[in-house]
Design a protein around this ligand. Sequence first.
Ligand code: UDP
Ligand code: MG
Length: 326
Amino acid sequence: MTGNDILYLVIPCYNEEAVLPETAKQLLAKMNSMFERNIISPESKILFVNDGSKDRTWELIEELHKSNPIYSGIKLSRNKGHQNALLAGLMIAKERADMTISLDADLQDDVDVIDRMVERYYAGNDIVYGVRSARKTDTFFKKFTAQGFYKIMQAMGVDIVYNHADYRLMSKRALEGLAEFKEVNLFLRGIVPLIGFSSDTVSYERHERFAGESKYPLKKMLSFATDGITSFSIKPIRLITACGFLIFLVSIAMLIYSLVVHFTGNTVHGWTSMIVSIWAIGGLQLLAIGIVGEYIGKIYLETKERPKYIIEKILDKKEEGTGRAL
Ligand code: UDP
Ligand code: MG
């Protein structure tokens, strides 16, 4: 396999001074081996995105850049979170690269998978997902929460690739597609499958963090998951409507039941009207909230201004004789 396309590795970094030197070293070795095999263009780069780190991460990136121009860097004005930092890197890389690979700074994503991703790219894929084959190194807690997350996402009808985090290759035109998504609540794993184009997966084993601590404590993980669901699905609103409808049906059954009990004379005075109103009002209220919710759901989807379509190819040859294009 040979090729001359420009590859950018995009690495978001938040307080990663402990791992950065080692990551830089391993990625450089990988790039050099690909240069030698003429797989990628010599203009390829390793792009670090400093997500408002409070430690020496940015100074390290500057030093790396001085030592070798293959290292480049972007500094965000403050901490904006992993997804935003990654997007910033990808959008800058889009202007310069033919393909990008996003990976974490902590070397949890096996760097040897990069070759396989690039190979799949040359085979004609615009997006190549890195999929974790095993979670041997994850704690029980992480495994449990992560798998629960994928299950819930699927139940909510969100199209995401199982066990795929943000280790992926994207071609220039896939990134151009991504740029069409204007949403502020960014959940890349959900958006990327919406872009389309031909894609493939490569599986890898996720390593343990090389050094430093996870920047995703439980609180961030929960808010990430909530973001993921609420950014892609209005099913929770549908659930309310369904509940309201169900309770309303129950109230009708209760009405019949309590009327029967009322006329057979087995009740305390006032019970019938009380019980029927409780169920009927409760059900109607939920139903009404659900209906209002449906409209809010519509507004919400409209405000995202998502692209209605992304064109992959246009066949547009001038017809002979007419001189008109398709
Ligand atoms: N990260 C970031 N901004 C943040 C949090 C994390 O850029 O606010 C980066 C971090 O430096 C790393 C990647 O996102 O490169 C994944 O974070 P981490 O490894 O801590 O997450 P985990 O692997 O524990 O899920
Ligand atoms: Mg990590």
